[in-house]
Design a protein around this ligand. Structure first.
Ligand SMILES: [Zn+2]
Length: 225
């Protein structure tokens, strides 16, 4: 696994907003690999929302395969539905239609997902599996580097704004593990803009980059091994 390495780093970012362009540029510059979770029913620049006075636009489908080249695309549901609130038929539609649309747009098989709003339950997880999804991320975080046993209730190590993240990174860099250890960071690219924290992701990537003992992979590359 992981080209014979025992440490891996991956990132997961949601919603497909214009700030992903700046984030992808940073990831690419440092050799980081990420998974971007998209809502194919909302792929329009006309889709806009406000966060603390910052206008956040989603993106048109045109140009996205080139933008995200080298990274993974995953399901975030057709319209960002809060899945546990909906009937089976609608949950299937939200997942299956998003998967099919993204496979058509990106010309790659889609096998991952992030739950909109991080909400899920046993019924939703069963439908996720029925739709051929192999892993699905929640918004829970572990604060460590273990890999979730249940990949359909996948927990990240940390959100990028976690207070002790840089201590975690230093701890991770110092590890000489005997078992696989994964640093999994998630968030939304617009948070860097809203919080004026682009320097934070720059520093996260700078510290993690260029290590011979770390495998840098998308979510499916680090999880489905
Ligand atoms: Zn979302």
């Amino acid at each position: 696994m992981w080209n014979g390495k025992l440490k891996a780093v991956t990132f997961s970012y949601d919603d497909g907003v214009v700030m992903d362009k700046r984030l992808v540029e940073i990831f690419n510059r440092y050799g980081m690999k990420a998974t971007f979770n998209l809502n194919s029913g909302l792929l329009s620049h006309a889709q806009v929302f406000d966060k603390d006075g910052v206008e956040i636009h989603r993106m048109n489908a045109k140009g996205l395969p080139a933008l995200y080249q080298g990274h993974e695309i995953a399901v975030h549901c057709l319209t960002h539905a809060d899945l546990p609130k909906w009937d089976d038929e609608t949950v299937y539609n939200e997942i299956r239609q998003d998967k099919q649309n993204l496979e058509r747009i990106f010309g790659q098989e889609i096998c991952g997902m992030a739950y909109p709003f991080g909400t899920y339950d046993e019924r939703v997880m069963k439908i996720v599996a029925d739709c051929g999804i192999k892993y699905a991320r929640t918004v829970e975080e572990t604060g460590d580097f273990g890999i979730s046993e249940n990949l359909l209730a996948l927990k990240a190590s940390a959100h990028h704004s976690r207070e002790d993240l840089f201590e975690m990174i230093d701890r991770f860099l110092g590890l000489k593990p005997e078992r696989p250890q994964l640093l999994y960071i998630w968030g939304h690219s617009y948070e860097f803009e809203v919080d004026k924290k682009w320097d934070r992701i720059e520093e996260i990537c700078r510290r993690l980059s260029g290590r011979d003992d770390i495998f840098y992979g998308t979510n499916s590359e680090v999880l489905l091994i």
